[in-house]
Each structure stands twice: as structure tokens, then as C-alpha cells.
Design a protein around this ligand. Sequence first.
Ligand SMILES: [Zn+2]
Ligand SMILES: [Zn+2]
Length: 401
Amino acid sequence: MSPTKRAGSTKVAATKTATRKNPPTKKLVSKPKPTPKKPTPKKPAPKKPTPKKPAPRKPAPRKPAPKKPTPKKQVLKPTPAPKPAAAPRPKAERAVAVPKTGVIPPAAGASPYDIPYAGAPLGAHVSTSGGIAAAPPRAVDIGATAMQVFTKQASQWKERMPTAAEVQAFRAALAATGVGFVNAHDSYLINLASPNPALRAKSIGSFEFEMRRSNALGLDAVVSHPGNFMDDRASGIARNADAIIEVLERVAGPTRLLMELTAGQGTVIGSSFEEMADLLARLPAALQARVGVCLDTAHVFAAGYDLANDFDGVMTRFGDVLGFHRLGLLHLNDSKAPLASRKDRHELIGLGSIGEWAFRRIMTDQRFADIPKVLETPKGDDMITNDRRMLRKLRGFAAGR
Ligand SMILES: [Zn+2]
Ligand SMILES: [Zn+2]
């Protein structure tokens, strides 16, 4: 669950939480070992600025270099992540990159579009206030080429399908942008692992609606949080898997299901790579290709995977246990909460307990090159400024800045 404030959705913090204490949980991997002085991770060789095709439209007038956002407060970190040496910025890289198909990026303020970026779709959660067709232009406003949306009020059970006209308006709005990946995030109320038959049935109904709606809208994926087991972990995993099977067997379509790794709060399932692998292994072979994993950096860090000090160890573990072929989406969030705190608290990139180094790694590591990436960081006072700044930062990381 994201604590991020979003327009049109009321935050329901941890309503799904357990009523009883955690049973002894499985030991998590990637315990913070007393790390020996780490050799500075090798940076990939800076990409040669590839000569861009002549832009079809006039590049926006060059703006004065935007001020570096000053971190409001310094969050305490276990060990400062090594800072890569700031490479001098090659002039040629300053060419303006605009979305493939169109909509001119906003002129005011620092725009991520002035940093060239040729990687997989990169964006943020955007509001659908005013209708889902209003979302793609918002993605353009912040400099996004990927976006996550709620296809309904995430804090309510009420369901509806989009009308044909709404679907058409959404597809048209999307086609007018360079947004190349869209995913829905399912409702916070859903608990497919619940031992309560009434709540589980309601959850299955809502989850099925989400899959139908997202397929109708032609979305690439639905991100779903594994549920809370409440009574018994193994039974909860089985109930969650059975619910997924039930719904996917009823709803066909191109939209993939991505199960999100969780922070491990209360009795929630899926905070260890092993447990997620266990959940997915229960799905029949025929459904495997339709299901993948969403890795949320804040969640896995809170679950005990030390992205700040053992990035390579964590990712090797992920590859071994779940496999990169299953990785369908990255949620890029720094964490307000410390390592292994099991608290789901998102923070702006570089300002939390993870620190910016892990995000630099993600933005330059070939294993993530083709994986869409979406921010769920705090929006702040408006829906544009922070996201634009964060996306600019990430594009800068990708460019070795
Ligand atoms: Zn979260
Ligand atoms: Zn997330």
C-alpha cells in the first residue's frame, strides 16, 4: 500500500492489518552483514550520446540549469552510500527529448524532458480525477512515459466498468502521448488471503472487476498486493493463490497480473522472495505467463533486503529465487522507515533510508533496462512538482549524472 497522498483517494492506512501478533516469521535473507569496506561499484561506461534523429518539432528554449532540490531534512542512514564522481556533463546530451508521438512538455519549471532518456517506460502514479482519460496528459505534465492509476476509488468497494466512450477517450488520450506502459493498482480493501469467507468472496469479486476493467481499458498490468493471512500463514498463501487462479481462469485478456512484494507489516504475505515464489509456484503452468512480480524498493528494504549496502546481494537473491524473467514492474520509492522495519513508508528518492545509490544502480543496470519503472513517492503540495523533480533525477541517474 502506498502512503502517498493521491487526489481522489482516501488513504486507508493499514486497515487490513492483523488482529494478532506475528507468528515467528521466516528468517529473511540479506541480513545486514557487517559489510567490509565495499569497493566502489563499477559504473557502466557512460553511454555515448547517440545522435538523435532531428526532432520533429522545435526544441524548447533552453532553460537555466534548475536548482538542485535541497533536501529538507537529512534522514539518518546506516552508511552513506558511495557517491559516484560527478562526471562533467557532455554538451551534446543536452538535446531535448520529447515524447515519441507528441504533446509538448510544459515549458515552466525543470522538465525531465531536457535530459535524454531512451530506457524503458519511466513514470509515476497519476491521478484519474475527472476520469481516466485525464490521466495521460497528467503523465506528460510530469515528464512520464509510464503511469500507474487507480481505475476506481481504491478505498471503496463500489465497482463499475468503463463505458465504451470512456475506453475510447482514454485510448485516444494515451495515444497522443509518449506513455508506453500503464498499470492499475488494485483496491486497498482487497484481501484474497482472508480466512473470512465473506470478506474473501467480496475481495475476489472486486479483484475480478479490476482485471476485467483493466483488460477493457487495454492496460498492460494490474498490480496486486498479496493479502493478510490473519490466522495461518500457509493457509493464507493457499487461499491467495486459489483466488488468483479462480479469477484468471474466468478473465482472459492481455493485462498481466503483477504481484507486489510487500513490506511485511502485520500478517501480510509476500515480503520474502521465497514466499512470493511459493505463492506463484501454486499457479498452474497455463497461467504462469500471465503473472509476474512488482518489486517495490521501499517494501523490500523494509522487509529486510538491504538495497543500500548490499544491492548486488539482494538482486542476486531476487534472480535466484524469483528470476528476472518474472519482474514486470519496479516501484521506485525511497523509504522513510529503516531496514527490516516492516513499515511501508514511501519517501522521495535519495532522501530516505535507502539513499540515492541504489536508484543509480537500478537506472544503469542492464537487468532492469527493459523493466518499466513507476514512482509512488510523496506528491507534496501539488501533483506535478515533486514527480517532475523525481523523474528528472532518475533520468539524470540513467545518464550518469
Ligand atoms: Zn507501499
Ligand atoms: Zn508499491
